[in-house]
Design a protein around this ligand. Structure first.
Ligand code: E4P
Length: 217
């Protein structure tokens, strides 16, 4: 499963990339707002750090205006994935862009039928939001299982990009279900490293090493 960092924070992206934990990046208007940075400038900077797909979202809602924004976004770098909402205009834009060879991430997916439409429109990625589903009392991971089943039934190539990931359990479940990608905030990716037995084991090894009075090198 590929790991995308769901952030526009450069320091976080750099740190995780150094550990080989960033196969791509997803941004959205809320994350750009949180970064306090200029959209084009920060997106260009991210594309320079990460070689994999970097999602940049259109904010227009009609097809022609989405296409105009997409033209600007796809010129930022070769690894831009234009992010469009799961609406009819978004799907039209997706079809047009992918037929021209541009990667497209269809976002705000909340049902398996919507994911089916994204695949039919030729999406590179579909982003089902699991955390927001959990928030309203529907188990978000059931959506991932449903989409995996539907895509496998018809051999769709669209990658399932699990979004709105809030905790390590989401990551674990996404991997078990065979999701292609998950995108998570850097804090959640860091949480994956943590295990009390690792911490306790390391503490004990270091204490015993100290007792040997030896040094390496
Ligand atoms: C990523 O592409 C999504 O925009 C993001 O994961 C949404 O996460 P949230 O529901 O925590 O805002």
């Amino acid at each position: 499963m590929k790991f995308f960092a769901d952030t526009a924070d450069i320091a976080d992206i750099r740190e995780l990339a150094e550990a080989g934990l960033v196969d791509g990046v997803t941004t959205n208007p809320s994350l750009i707002h949180k970064s306090g940075r200029d959209f084009m400038e920060v997106t260009r900077e991210i594309c320079g750090i990460v070689k994999g797909p970097v999602s940049a979202e259109v904010v227009a809602t009609d097809h022609d205006a989405m296409m105009r924004e997409a033209e600007i976004l796809r010129k930022i770098a070769d690894n831009i994935a234009v992010k469009v909402p799961l609406t009819i205009d978004g799907l039209k834009t997706c079809r047009k862009l992918t037929s021209d060879g541009t990667m497209v991430n269809v976002t705000l997916c909340f049902s398996a039928n919507q994911a089916l439409l994204a695949a039919k429109a030729g999406a590179t990625f579909v982003s089902p939001f699991v955390g927001r589903h959990d928030d309203v009392g529907y188990p978000g991971m059931e959506l991932i299982a449903d989409i995996r089943l539907v895509y496998d039934n018809y051999d769709f190539r669209t990658e399932i990009l699990v979004a709105s990931v809030r905790n390590p359990i989401h990551v674990h479940d996404a991997a078990k279900l065979g999701a292609d990608v998950m995108t998570a905030p850097p804090s959640v990716i860091r949480q994956l490293v943590k295990h009390p037995l690792t911490d306790n084991g390391l503490k004990a090894f270091l204490a015993d090493w100290e007792k040997t009075g030896q040094k390496i090198g």
